[in-house]
Design a protein. Structure first.
Length: 144
């Protein structure tokens, strides 16, 4: 049975900023690149993530100044998935961890990101036979 893998649906448009960048800088870059999150790095190592949701719950709701460094509000440790893992594994991890953005990591480098929107898109595309195949995969996973 065919599977769909993380590297097939991930977006390669990933923004990374050093942990010392300000919230203002992060917001400006996210807007410019039209992305919903920033991978936070220390050197070249990914150490966390800051999302649009963080801007609501950890920044605006708490009245943090925009010059605050992103390391102060990032979610860490960074939860990632490998490129060759299936979208079902990605979906399970996202559900288990209650996250909407899942970075794809290969050789200690973030190479892409999967969002809940990506999962919905792949689940809603295709013919009836494709949907039947997807449902069969779900049922097989439930039996195991």
């Amino acid at each position: 049975m065919d599977s769909t893998f993380a590297n097939q649906i991930m977006s390669k448009n990933v923004l990374s900023l050093d942990k010392s960048a300000s919230l203002q800088e992060a917001a400006e870059h996210m807007k410019k690149l039209n992305v919903g999150c920033t991978i936070v790095t220390e050197g070249n190592n990914p150490i966390g993530i800051i999302t649009e949701r963080d801007f609501v719950t950890k920044i605006a709701a708490e009245g943090r100044p925009l010059f605050t460094e992103i390391k102060e509000v990032m979610s860490s440790p960074l939860i990632t998935i490998e490129p060759e893992e299936t979208i079902w594994e990605a979906s399970e991890l996202m559900k288990e961890k209650s996250i909407h953005k899942l970075p794809v990591k290969e050789n200690d480098e973030i190479v892409g990101i999967i969002t809940t929107t990506d999962i919905v898109k792949i689940s809603s595309v295709g013919s009836d036979s494709e949907m039947r195949r997807i449902c069969d995969q779900i049922l097989l996973r439930m039996e195991n």
